[in-house]
Design a protein around this ligand. Sequence first.
Ligand code: NAD
Length: 301
Amino acid sequence: MSESIGFIGLGAMGGPMARRLLDAGHTVTAFDPNAKALEALVAHGATAAASTKALADTVETIFVSLPTPNIVKAVAEDVAKGAKAKLFVDLSTTGPRAAQDIGKILNAAGVEMLDSPVSGGVGGAEKGTLAVMVSGPEAQWTRWRPVLEVIGKSAFFIGEGQGQGQMMKLINNMLSATAMAASAEAFALGAKAGLDPDIMVNVINAGSGANTAVRDKFPKAVLTRTFDYGFRTELMYKDVRLCMEEAEALGSPMWVGQPVKQWWSLALARGGATEDFTNIMRYVEEQAGVEVRGRKNDPKP
Ligand code: NAD
């Protein structure tokens, strides 16, 4: 069935997700303050809206993929004023507390919310292989599941409690952030001891140390020295910070998380907000006094 969908936030993730919805035959009305991003989606078949409010005046169901909890909240406040809006599907990572606050603002205006954060990176958004973690009214999940499965072949219903999808996402990303920081330390040590990083990747991927950093990020963006995987350091730091805040609020130990957060804090301080998160390797290298470089990219003959 072809659905009419609003889409706000056409960035690294939102752009490809919205394109997939168009390719699947849905009608998409879109908004992004970045004119280039909006034009690119219009060229793909979307209709442009002049603003968030204008979009919410014309479409009932609105998907958003936005950078920070505060931006999602501001956009939700505008959506709540829209004449037609009935459902807000938040694909961003905001954390559970923000999701609950945003849900209240929307519910007060008669708009329901599914918090539906995603995992799997830009490649997953392009291929439609994201993991989608949905919470909110179960009837809306049942109704919108086929559309959510266009962007993520693994779409999971986490529960009716607002924010549970967000909690699931923070736990997932804490593990991903830990794998990246710990793998950077491991590769620096290996390189210092004279091990070949390419062989390390092969062994770890075949062994019990296997993880998503060594499987995906090291071969694609670290050993190549391109550091261009497609996720900003500020977003990774946000996820780790939000997860640590939840652990503290719930009184649950997250001792390994402390040094992981410190590594990401260092990467943010040294490389800045918009640098690709795989650059964490370079800051671990600085501390270790070694460089981790794949054979194909070795400048030495
Ligand atoms: P991005 O910065 O590339 O895209 C965000 C888009 O939102 C931009 O196009 C921007 O112009 C737009 N935007 C900003 N303020 C706006 C506003 N007030 N109104 C409307 N649009 C506005 O970010 P991204 O990497 O696509 O991430 C989006 C969300 O998805 C984040 O919450 C992130 O944590 C999460 N996420 C990202 C990845 C990833 O690999 N990049 C993976 C999983 C989840």
